[in-house]
Structures are given as structure tokens and as C-alpha cells.
Design a protein around this ligand. Sequence first.
Ligand code: CFM
Length: 546
Amino acid sequence: MTTTTSEKQAAWEPAEVKAELLARYPAKVARKRSRQILINEALENATPEITANVRTTPGIITMRGCTYAGCKGVVLGPSRDIVNITHGPIGCGFYSWLTRRNQTDAGPDGENYMPYCFSTDMQESDIIFGGEKKLTAAIQEAYDLFHPKAIAVFATCPVGLIGDDIHTVAKKMKEKFGDCNVFAFSCEGYKGVSQSAGHHIANNQLFRHIVGENDTPKEGEFKINLLGEYNIGGDGFEIDRILRKCGITCLATYSGNSTYDQFASSHQADLNAVMCHRSINYVADMLETRFGIPWVKVNFIGAHATAKSLRKIARYFGDRKLIDRVEEVIAGEMPEVEKVMAEVRPRTEGRTAMLFVGGSRAHHYQELFAEMGMKTIAAGYEFAHRDDYEGRRVLPDLEVDADSRNIEEIRVEPDPDRYRPRKSEKELRKLAESGLPFKEYEGMIPDMDRNTLVIDDLNQYEAEKLVELMRPDIFCAGIKEKYSIQKLGVPMKQLHSYDSGGPYAGFRGAVNFYREIDRLVNSRVWSYMKAPWQINPQLSATYQWE
Ligand code: CFM
């Protein structure tokens, strides 16, 4: 039997769904989870409050990753000419080796260490007697083999537990080499409640050890940095193509397809365009404080969002030639996008989606689904903070608990020689008043419809329950969720790695996405999927002695 979308939607009430999700938990866990499961309501001038960035209750199978993953895997991982050494047991390095599908172009210099997995491969004896000697030897070996510009060292859990002083080792090696920047990250997996802590640690050290190192002037009329774009499935290549076409120079991308020199020169840009707010907002703020570069939030996921972001950048520079060029590019790209949009829409209109991804995509991808006429009925982040849900206006009210205090906040002052406000206070205010806000992110909740569900740190049990109760037409999350959801007869799209697809950013990416989602939600294969318990809900068994 097939159910129509309207029947499906009539079948659930958000309050009932929430009650069902909580029903099986012990009282204390249910109380905590209930603050992370929110029924979206349209409030006058406020956003409903959600609990986020808190520890996952032990025993719950979370979708989250660890702090090391956020630092090494997410932020530093995509830079091609830095040798990233994982100091720890081999599993940590192995499982963070090229699994994120962040693509790279080795560039004219060909310097590219991405295909390698560097690890100190700690053994029991290193845990007992200390791993510093092994780390020193590994740094030396990497230097001798490759002579890279930089070597980065990442701490895993055991390193923090035994107290290896990775920073002193790094410093000594840097001094010894003289022509290679060596620095370390205290990003032990357990350091924070999720990978989000790793982002912060990575931001701090990037800023401390690389940003501002290269003052050789960079060419370009309209110079920006693109922050929080990681070139998954080639997203960054598509964005670069569009920016180039518009005549905008991207000095540095943090950190898709990036190089050491990009970070080192990024203080020369005149605007920071922040795509993934969660992972990189710290660098954006620090670049502003030290060098005077303002930042705006952008989103290149969705064709309309892409057009809007390009217009934002053009308006910031306020140059007639650039504004016109951007309009020409949009006008040139949109017809193909609209053609495919119109083609799929009769088949996708009114369909429903659920998105549970990381710290920004669960919001950004709602744009693409909306362009296809699809409605997001439930969404949430794995590790975002309240500001990513409710908007940056809640920043002053964020609770600083012991876990967040554990992550260093670095104090940044204006650079005595290089601080240069790109616009005067008056100009910034004028732009803001005319609809170009700076340092602002409205978050996911205000963009979602009333009575949709917003759920923080969704877990394995709740994901399956949610799908059973609400039967979305598509569920988006990561590899850990993929097969359990598909076994329930619902197509599942990975929005971390994109399965084997992409790019989905920009104009061409939107076209790719429409086509793929159309195929997924309209494939009949899912209706044939029957799990054993759907055919035989009760498995009968008898005791042997009976
Ligand atoms: Fe930012 Fe990301 Fe994301 Fe993220 Fe990530 Fe990722 Fe993600 Mo996976 S930096 S928060 S830590 S947009 S790896 S490229 S897809 S969880 S939503």
C-alpha cells in the first residue's frame, strides 16, 4: 500500500512524536532529552530555546564524532601541503584518512600530502614509557622525506592521558629545522563534548601559528576569504569557478583545497565570507579583531542562496562593475538551474525531508529542498551550539559550563602595524541598515516552519523511531545512519560525504542535487523493502526443554 503525502502528514502530531521519542527513556534521561527536542513555534520577536552543545548521555548511540575529528579531520585535514601527523594509536589516523571526501587539486607545485596517512602508531610501550621520542622521530622522518612548509601534530586521547608535551616537541623541531613551521594541537578526542571543540582548537592554532605570516602582497581587485567551505565532493571547486567568473579573488579557503600560504596571506583579504559558521566563526572574529576584516554570513548551498551570497559580496565592495558582473553571472547560470528545477518539481513537490547533519548543513540544505518544493519536517545538528539554532543574538546568554571552559579562548588584540579597518564604522552601519548585516547569523530555527521538529544530537534510537512515525520521503545524515534507515524503506542521502556524489554547492551543484534527490525519492525500490519484523512482527520461539 502506498500512502500519499497528505495522509502521512495527517498521521502525526509533533507533540505526540516528541512524547513517543521520550517514552522509553529513564526519567532523568527523558528530562534532559526533552530540552533538546523542540517543537518549532512562531514566536513574536524571539526564537524558542533549545539545549545544545552538552554531553551525550553515556549509553546513547550518538551520531557525533570526537574533538580530534573536528580538529584534524575537519579543519586541518583538507590543507594539502601541511604534513598532518596523528600522534596516537593507528586507528585514529587510519579512520580519518580520506574518508571525508574533501577534494584537492595538487596545483602547479604538486605539493600534496593528502594521499598519505601520517601517524606515530603508538604502542602499549609508548603509552607506558611516553611517546615524545617517537613523535620527535616521526617529525624528523616526515621532514627528511618531504621537506614540507609545515608539519602539524594532533593529539589523540592517550596522548592527553599520559601527558606527552607535544607543544614543546613541536617547538624544538621548528627551531631545529628553521625552514619548516611545526606546531601542535591539543585536540584529544575526549577534550570536548563533540568535534565542535576540535574546530575551536584548530581555529586557535591556525591563527596563532600561520595567519599573518606572509605579507608579500597578493594581487586581486576584490579580495575575500571563504571561511568554512571544505570542498566535499568538489563543492569548493564549483564555488571557485563562480567567484572567478564574477571577478572576485578568493585568497584563502578555510580549508577546502587550501595551502599553508593561503592561511598565511589571508589577513590581506578585504572581506571574510563565512559559509559554515559553526566550524570557523572563531577565525572570522579573530581576523576582524586583529586585522580589521569584517565578515558576512554566506551560503552557497541552493541556487537562490548562491545568488544572494554573491550579491552580498558585491554590495559590500559597492563597485558598479562588480555588481553588474555578478548580475550577469547569475543571469547566465540560472536558466539551466531553472530548467532542471521545473523538470523535477512535479515529482518532488510536497515531498518531505529530514536532515540531521553536523553543525551547518542541516540548515543550509533546507534551501535546496525548498527549491524542489520539498518540506523539511524535522532537522537538527549533531554538535552545533545554540547560536547556530537560534541566531547569534543568543551569544551573550550562552551558558559557560565546565566543558566549554575546557577549550581555550585566545585573546586577540589589534595588530599594531597591520590593523586596517576595511570600512569605517559609518559605512558598516549604512550597509547594515540597507540589509547587509555583519557578524550575523540567524540560525536554523527561524527558517523552519511552525510545528516542525528541531532535535539536537539525535541518536540511533530516535532516528529510527522518527522515521517509523513520520515516514519522510528522504532522510539525510551520515554513514552510521545510512543502512539502518534504508532498511526501514526510506531512502537515505549522506550529506557529509555525499555518498559518491557532488558537488552540490553553487549553480551546477544545485542541478546535481535536484536530479539525485528526484531519483532517490521516486525510486520504487524502497516500497519493496521489508524488514523481517515487518513481515513477522513477533518471532516465536520455544525453550529446548519444552
Ligand atoms: Fe561545518 Fe562541514 Fe558541517 Fe562541520 Fe562535519 Fe562536514 Fe558536517 Mo560532516 S565543517 S559543521 S564538522 S559544514 S565533516 S564539511 S559534513 S559534520 S554539517
